[in-house]
Design a protein around this ligand. Structure first.
Ligand SMILES: [Zn+2]
Length: 74
């Protein structure tokens, strides 16, 4: 019984780690850099689409990417 439990727990931990990494990749894909007006800005934070922004241009790496980077290096 104890062996079965340990294997199940390890599998759940592994699955959780995989989905966390995938979630981070999805966030990074959203908050990707793009050249706009001679600057590198965040697509998601700036609302960039088709060469214009819906929001004030936000420099890349934005706060979201910086938070991910600081989490990974700590
Ligand atoms: Zn962003």
């Amino acid at each position: 019984m104890l062996e079965d439990f340990d294997e199940l727990t390890l599998a759940e931990i592994a699955a959780g780690a995989t989905s966390s990494a995938a979630a981070i990749q999805r966030v990074r894909a959203l908050h990707r850099p793009v050249e706009h007006g001679g600057r590198t800005i965040c697509v998601e934070c700036s609302g960039w689409a088709d060469g214009s922004t819906d929001n004030p241009p936000t420099a890349h790496p934005c706060a979201t990417i910086q938070a991910l980077d600081s989490q990974e290096t700590t």
